[in-house]
Every structure is written in structure tokens, then in C-alpha cells.
Design a protein around this ligand. Structure first.
Ligand code: 1CP
Length: 333
């Protein structure tokens, strides 16, 4: 059994596996090298040879316990026919949403458009370098995807003022997304993903109606993934009540953000926990890094725990800090 499955399924507290969100990305010089000459991000995600190389880059360097495929949550809107571009130093830029085009997309068309991602997974699942490691497939949660689809740019750049007013559009989208996210999960599992992570990076923006926008759509995906026999990790970043989320959703593992006090979760649930460390800590000195990492390790001594961050690793992170982090986690007794 892989170290993460030991933790997740057997609830083994004697090991602390480690991988990092956004581990295959911009902080790696070898990624930037590839990116420099491949200026179209979507094309890169649809190139199984280069995507495989990028997925394996952090494994080669740090021997993490899991590889997460090099792809993006916005490949679903792309698969549904929405225009998706990534602009340098700006981020995603989506075309106007066209419900008619969404309604005429069927499973076959969608799967065909995203087939290089499934080919990537098939290739990786045969790769010797991933022996005894997990291969993580992922999706964006319906809420986070619809935020990008309606807002067309990252909420970091501001939310359009009428974002919440078109309830009908939101409800229609939730239905369509439930269907196609499940198809994307199924295709990834059939192609070799051993774990699925659901990123709800903008869950913290939901101010009311959590039932409709957060709990119901997430539970639907979690139950579906479990029915395929694959563990599912949830990351509802920024929500105020992780306790209630765990109680309702019961994910196979919960990824916490850095504002969560893990103590309350540990005391109440036997659900394995992942993550927590503020990625900014990796930008500080060795001593502070050791202190902050050790806090998490101590806290989780008797609870199944996979070391990870409270959000994605920052592009300005130094390789040496990641090496140091891995050393601290692996040497902790
Ligand atoms: O070179 C570049 O400019 C591209 C940067 C980049 C990379 C490396 C983007 C653009 N996406 C990715 C890969 C990616 N995205 C992975 C690969 C695997 C890994 O983790 O190593 C994953 C899991 C994602 C997931 C993702 N994409 C999320 C959820 C996780 C999170 O960080 O909150 C989100 C919100 C996105 C959208 C996205 N993709 C890229 C950008 C710049 C953004 C917008 C982020 C924002 O709104 O701030």
C-alpha cells in the first residue's frame, strides 16, 4: 500500500507522507524552462509528453509521495467550449459564457477534447518512477469553476458587481458542472488516477446558502468518487466552519487552509487531515521553517496526517527551502 493510502485507509499515524499543492509549477526552474518556449498554457496541458515531464519534475527533485498531474481546473470550462486563455502576469482570462454551447456539449465531445489528459494519466500510471506513490487527479468544485466561468477572470482581480444577481445562471451552471465534473472524475479514475482532490479555492466567497452552493454540490461529487472505489480529498479553502463541512461531507481526507485550528477537527473526527502550513513560511529562514513545520507535526502525532500546505506553493519559493522542508518532515520522530 502507498504511504498516503496507509494514512488514508489504514489511519496509520506512524508515517507522515508529503506532497505539495502546485508542486509542479512556477517555482521550479526546469518548469520555467519548458514554459518559456511553450507560451500557450492550454496547449501545454494538452501535450501529454510535456505534461508528463512536468508532473515528474518535483518527484525527481524531492521524491514526494504523490504526483499530481500537470493540468488545470479550468480545463473543464475549456472542455465545455468556453474560451480559456492564460495571460502573462495576469492569470486566467475566459470568454463570455454561452449557455447554448454548454447545452450542446455531450459526454463524447467533452471526453474527446480532454483526451490528452487521460492519455497523460495512462502513461504516468505505467511509469516506474511512480512505484509505491499515488497519482492524484483533480477537479475544481462546481462553485469555484462557476466563479471563473461567470467572472471570466480571477476573483483576485475583483468580482464583477452583478456576479451574485443572476441566480438562474448559477443554478443552471451547477447542474451542468455536476454532470461534467463527474465525467472528468470517472475518466481520470479509468485512466489511472488513484486519488481525486477537489479544489474549492473560492469557497470562502460563499456568504449565504452554503447548502446550495457548497454542501450539496460537493457531497454529490464526494459520494460519486467514493462509489468508484477511489479516495477523495476536499479543499474548501477559506470556509469558516471546517467542522460542519466534515460532518456533512465526510471526505476521505480534508485539506485544511492555514487559518484553521486543526485541534478542533482532531478532537471531533477520525477523518485524516492534509496540509495547513502557510506557504509563506517557505519564504522565511530555516529556523522559523523548522519551528512552524514542527508545530504541525507535533499536533498530528496521533492523528493520520499527510504533510502539505494551506494553499499552493508560491512561485518565489526557493528550491533549498523545499529540500529543507522535506528533510524536516522525513526526519521527524
Ligand atoms: O506558467 C504559468 O503562468 C502557469 C501557472 C499555472 C500552473 C503551473 C497555472 C495557471 N496552473 C498551473 C497548474 C495547476 N493548476 C495544477 C498542477 C499541478 C500541481 O499542483 O502541481 C493544479 C492542481 C492547478 C489547480 C488550480 N488552477 C486551482 C486550484 C488550486 C489553487 O491554487 O487554488 C486554481 C484556482 C487554478 C486556476 C489557475 N490556473 C493558473 C492560474 C494562474 C490560476 C488562477 C489562480 C488565481 O485565481 O489566483
Amino acid at each position: 500500500m502507498t504511504p498516503i493510502k496507509e494514512c488514508l485507509i489504514n489511519k496509520n499515524t506512524n508515517i507522515t507522507p508529503i506532497w505539495l499543492m502546485r508542486q509542479a509549477g512556477r517555482y521550479l526552474p526546469e518548469f520555467r524552462e519548458i514554459r518559456k518556449v511553450n507560451t500557450n498554457f492550454i496547449d501545454l496541458c494538452l501535450n501529454p509528453i510535456l505534461s508528463e515531464k512536468i508532473t515528474l519534475q518535483p518527484i525527481k527533485r524531492f521524491d514526494f509521495d504523490a504526483a499530481i498531474i500537470f493540468s488545470d481546473i479550468l480545463m473543464i470550462p475549456f472542455g465545455l467550449g468556453q474560451n480559456v486563455e492564460f495571460k502573462k502576469s495576469f492569470g486566467p482570462n475566459l470568454g463570455k459564457i454561452d449557455l447554448d454551447s454548454l447545452f450542446i456539449t455531450d459526454e463524447q465531445k467533452f471526453t474527446k477534447k480532454l483526451s490528452p489528459i487521460y492519455e497523460l494519466l495512462k502513461n504516468l500510471s505505467r511509469n516506474e518512477k511512480l512505484k509505491n506513490k499515488d497519482l492524484i487527479g483533480f477537479v475544481g468544485a462546481p462553485w469555484t469553476l462557476l466563479v471563473y466561468m461567470i467572472n471570466q477572470v480571477s476573483p483576485k482581480n475583483g468580482l464583477s458587481s452583478n456576479f451574485f444577481t443572476d441566480k438562474k445562471l448559477i443554478i443552471n451552471l451547477l447542474k451542468i458542472l455536476d454532470k461534467f465534473i463527474k465525467i472528468h472524475i470517472k475518466n481520470q479514475v479509468n485512466s489511472g488516477a488513484t486519488i481525486i482532490q477537489i479544489f474549492d479555492s473560492w469557497a470562502g466567497l460563499i456568504k449565504s446558502d452554503l447548502e446550495q452552493y457548497l454542501y450539496r454540490p460537493t457531497l454529490s461529487l464526494v459520494e460519486y468518487t467514493k462509489s468508484l472505489g477511489v479516495p477523495v480529498i476536499c479543499f474548501p479553502r477559506g470556509i469558516s466552519d471546517y467542522n460542519k463541512f466534515c460532518q456533512i461531507i465526510r471526505p476521505s481526507m480534508i485539506n485544511i487552509d492555514y487559518n484553521v485550528n486543526p485541534k478542533t477537527l482532531i478532537d471531533k473526527f477520525d477523518i485524516p487531515i492534509q496540509g495547513g502550513l502557510d506557504p509563506k513560511v517557505l519564504l522565511t529562514d530555516k529556523e522559523n521553517l523548522k519551528n512552524e513545520v514542527t508545530k504541525y507535526l507535533e499536533l498530528f502525532k496521533d492523528h493520520p496526517y499527510v504533510f502539505n500546505l494551506g494553499h499552493g506553493i508560491l512561485p518565489e519559493t526557493q528550491i533549498e527551502s523545499v529540500e529543507e522542508l522535506v528533510k524536516i518532515v522525513r526526519n521527524f520522530k
